[in-house]
Design a protein around this ligand. Structure first.
Ligand code: NAD
Length: 437
């Protein structure tokens, strides 16, 4: 199959590379020439474990290429995937579909034979209809179909998720298009990955429903954590106690500083807007959005409280800035709100992140960046573990404590055991734990 990926970000680059690895002939496009230049030189524009080697292997085998010339790539393609960004629109929080529609117009102009256009970007219900309308209007005679194929990969484990998905959702309105997409995913079908074929609108909504449900689960356990702190219970044990129930499941029950990243915040917001517009408001998701938003700032207050009620003139060290480990993605990371809250309260912030500091510098230009966790802690009045990178799981706490001005550890991911840390002389605050908070 000849496949074109329009947009070579986290989703487009990983999906395109994996399709090439399945044996298809793939061109990944991006309108950012610097990104394409880097990819052609073998440099990854993002940090994703295993990606560089997989790209190199498929480029070497001649199955994967990169370009900016959409017209040349789309002519003769069997399937053209749209994997451009759909950020929150300024003002109302609805998904900004301008990149998707611009891509649709470009694709329309370049179509040759029968082509399936696939929205892999997360798009609100009805976007596929609009993409079809745009293309039909531009090219009334073109032979094409528009399919929805939402992506469920997680950054940090993207390649494995793509190759071993829990399910593949195909929203197709006609059998011929469905056949093309089934062929694209055939290697996974042979691996027995469940394929759910459904209507286009249903597929579009399935993605939002999945993300909103996961965001709700996180927010639920975060509120239980707050209650635990007040009543002397331990959220990790509560989470285990409920997670062992198969109807609930153990995943996404880790209390922390609130969800962030490039998907949950914008997708929950977009779903809220879609539901309001449809006259069926989703009160639960509205509340999840509000609770999560206030939680991020509350984490700064938690640090302030751990420092005795004030951080004015104090230095706070942050370990981890990205919204989760194994990615360099800083979009909507809780660290952004935590830093703002601490700076507003008069603190100087210093931070270390294994992969995220490059991206962070643009968003957090006025904090100090350390070379490693130990220099981050040096002279600090408190150390805050924000992202649970593996590198932070086995720190030499003794060494850290001796260089800090005050031995205060705020562990927003509950990585450390209260007793171990307190035995070393730290004042410790975790999330939702009996003696934390
Ligand atoms: P991204 O911002 O990393 O990448 C988008 C890329 O598209 C950018 O490189 C941009 O330059 C390029 N682009 C925009 N318009 C273009 C055009 N007309 N032609 C060529 N290139 C163009 O975004 P992402 O994180 O990969 O997300 C893409 C979509 O996938 C979003 O809708 C997102 O919600 C969804 N999604 C993301 C994830 C994730 O973990 N990041 C997971 C599942 C779904």
């Amino acid at each position: 199959m000849r496949i074109v990926m329009v947009g070579s970000g986290y989703v487009g680059l990983v999906s395109g590379t994996c399709f090439a690895d399945f044996g298809h002939e793939v061109v990944c496009l991006d309108k950012d020439p610097a990104k394409i230049e880097a990819l052609r030189a073998g440099r990854m524009p993002i940090y994703e474990p295993g990606l560089e080697a997989l790209v190199a292997e498929n480029v070497r085998r001649g199955r994967l290429g990169f370009g900016i010339d959409l017209a040349a790539a789309v002519a003769g393609a069997d399937a053209v995937f749209i994997a451009v960004g759909t950020p929150s629109r300024r003002g109302d929080g609805f998904a900004d579909l301008s990149y998707v529609y611009a891509a649709a117009r470009e694709i329309a102009a370049a179509l040759t034979g029968y082509t399936v256009i696939v929205t892999k970007s997360t798009v609100p219900v009805g976007t596929g209809d609009e993409v079809e309308r745009i293309i039909r209007e531009a090219r009334p005679e073109a032979d094409f179909a528009v399919v929805s194929n939402p992506e469920f990969l997680r950054e940090g484990a993207a390649i494995d998720d793509f190759k071993r998905p829990d399910r593949i959702v195909i929203g197709a309105e006609d059998a011929r298009a469905e056949g093309v997409i089934r062929e694209v995913y055939r290697p996974l079908y042979l691996n027995a990955a469940p394929i759910l074929v459904t209507g286009r609108r249903t597929a579009e909504l399935t993605k939002y429903a999945a993300n909103a449900f996961l965001a709700t689960k996180i927010t639920f356990i975060n509120e239980i954590a707050d209650l635990c702190e007040q009543v002397g219970a331990d959220v990790q044990e509560v989470a285990r106690g409920i997670g062992l129930d198969n109807r609930i499941g153990a995943k996404f029950l880790h209390a922390g500083p609130g969800y962030g990243g490039s998907c949950f915040p914008k997708d929950t917001l977009a779903l809220v807007k879609t539901a309001q517009d449809a006259g069926t408001p989703m009160r639960i998701v509205e509340t999840v959005v509000a609770v999560n938003e206030s939680r991020k700032r509350a984490m700064a207050r938690k640090v302030i409280q751990a420092c005795g009620g004030s951080v004015r003139g104090k230095t706070i060290g942050l370990l981890g800035l990205t919204f989760k480990p194994n990615t360099d993605d800083m979009r909507d990371a809780p660290s952004l709100a935590i830093v703002a809250g601490l700076q507003d309260a008069g603190a100087t912030v210093r931070a270390y992140d294994p992969e995220g500091m490059g991206q962070a510098r643009a968003l957090l230009p006025d904090i100090d960046y350390a070379d490693d966790p130990y220099s981050c802690a040096e002279g600090a009045d408190a150390l805050v573990l924000v992202t649970e990178w593996n590198a932070f799981r086995a720190l030499d706490l003794e060494r850290l404590r001796t260089t800090m001005a005050e031995p205060v550890l705020v562990d927003l991911r509950n990585v450390y055991r209260v007793q171990d840390v307190e035995r070393l002389g730290f004042r410790y605050a975790g999330v939702g734990r009996a003696s934390g908070g």
